[in-house]
Design a protein around this ligand. Structure first.
Ligand SMILES: Cc1ncc(COP(=O)(O)O)c(C=O)c1O
Length: 414
């Protein structure tokens, strides 16, 4: 049994930063003028773990990174070749705010080939990562004060972006009863406290790795359509599905707002490129806001991403590596005592109930980092109410690193 609380003094980064960051308006270091209330969002703990790990690495330690959901593979060769050619050509400039036409047209083919769904090029908008897509979608679809439903656990940036934009996150607890997914019944219950204007769902999800069945997704989308609620589908982990069927919300409704990215399956986090497929009535509002907020996504990234859509052979090899890691962890983690894992349908995360080791996953992951040199993310990042019972491990790294992490955890927990 680990006694993590005793190690809090050794890792200065987390608790102190969180305490200070939660109260900027009270900070004496900033008398007047003060930061806005809307900027008072929680820090992204996975990034704070990354900083703590970097500090230890600076002191000469080797750390196995399982905290951040970032592929270790480089961008596909086709993307790199296209980017090199573009650089050779010399001039990179602004593009249309919605992105270059060839990029949007290639995405139309992507929907036809992958999902047998027909969309018009005019509904596709290139974005600076899916993160920019959320900003644009929320600004175009909602007014200040609107209530947006999310799952808890869920990706923490959702609630932070929603708050920063003056919207209200309505976090709906999901659990094993619904396979960690939102259902029309849960949504109906949440409506009793006030109208829900939008629902944001990721499937496969972060941190749980669970995926809605095409039928469950379709029912939820239909409920939203029938009740005048915007359905926002974060499909960033599409492509990373292990033996389960994947469906886009577009198969059910062209009113759905689709947000996707080249960061995960396509291994292009640093290129900051993603896309949206919008209902027709939102195209112009999004375009107008995008023109002012971002002008356009980087042209180089649009060119590279267009080529990446043809790199299936290379990317499927990367995915095979994740599948191997997944098998390894599913077998080895229970042997180490991590015996309550969520169903691992997709993405590259294991969300483990770690109460057997500690009721405080923040302290648990700190001790794991400090003593075992394995960086993982505390569940508090994803779930304010119950997250201290869980720890998220990313298996996007190399197989060698997964083997090393398991060895370290075994020795640490012995
Ligand atoms: C569910 C989910 N959506 C969106 C993002 C943000 O990705 P991007 O790099 O496209 O901004 C992440 C990043 O981890 C994520 O997990």
């Amino acid at each position: 049994m680990v006694a993590p609380a005793t190690h809090s003094a050794q890792l200065a980064i987390w608790p102190e930063r969180i305490l200070h960051e939660r109260n900027p308006l009270m900070s004496e270091a900033c008398l007047s003028p003060k930061p806005s209330r809307r900027s008072d969002v929680a820090p992204f703990l996975a990034m704070d773990v990354l900083s703590a790990a970097a500090r230890l690495e600076g002191e000469g330690r080797t750390i196995i990174h399982m905290e951040v959901g970032q592929p270790s593979a480089p961008a596909p060769q086709l993307a790199l070749t296209a980017a090199r050619a573009a650089l050779e050509h010399g001039r990179l400039g602004y593009t249309e705010a919605r992105g270059i036409r060839s990029f949007r047209e290639r995405l139309v083919r992507h929907y036809r080939d992958t999902y047998s769904v027909e969309i018009d090029e005019s509904r596709v908008v290139a974005t600076t990562g899916s993160s920019a897509g959320f900003n644009l979608a929320f600004l175009a679809a909602f007014d200040a004060g609107d209530r947006i439903a999310l799952t808890s656990p869920g990706y923490p940036a959702y609630r932070n972006i929603i708050r920063a934009l003056g919207l209200v996150p309505v976090e709906i607890e999901v659990g094993a009863e619904t396979r960690w997914c939102l259902t029309p019944d849960l949504l109906e219950a949440a409506q009793k406290d006030g109208p829900i204007k939008g629902v944001l769902v990721a499937s496969p999800a972060n941190p749980t790795g669970t995926m809605m069945t095409p039928q469950a997704l379709s029912e939820l989308v239909r409920y939203c359509d029938g009740n005048g609620i915007w359905f926002i589908s974060d499909e960033i982990y599409h492509g990373l599905v292990y033996g389960t069927e994947q469906a886009t919300a577009l198969s059910t409704s062209h009113n759905a707002i689709i947000i996707n990215s080249f960061s995960k399956y396509y291994c292009m986090t640093g290129w900051r490129i993603g896309w949206m497929v919008l209902p027709e009535c939102l195209v112009r509002p999004v375009e107008r806001i995008a023109q002012s907020l971002y002008i356009s996504p980087p042209e180089l990234s649009q060119i590279a991403a267009t080529a990446a859509l043809d790199a299936t052979d290379e990317l499927e090899l990367v995915k095979a590596g994740y599948a191997k890691n997944r098998e390894l962890l599913l077998q080895a983690l229970p042997e180490l005592g991590f015996d309550k894992l969520l169903p691992l349908d997709g993405a590259f995360y294991v969300y483990a109930d770690t109460r057997r080791f500690s009721n405080d996953s923040l302290a648990f992951t700190k001790a794991m980092l400090e003593e075992a040199g394995v960086a993982a993310t505390p569940g508090a990042d994803f779930d304010i109410s119950n997250g201290s019972a869980y720890t998220r491990f990313s298996f996007a790294g190399s197989n060698e690193n997964m083997v090393e992490a398991l060895t370290r955890l075994k020795n640490w927990l012995a």
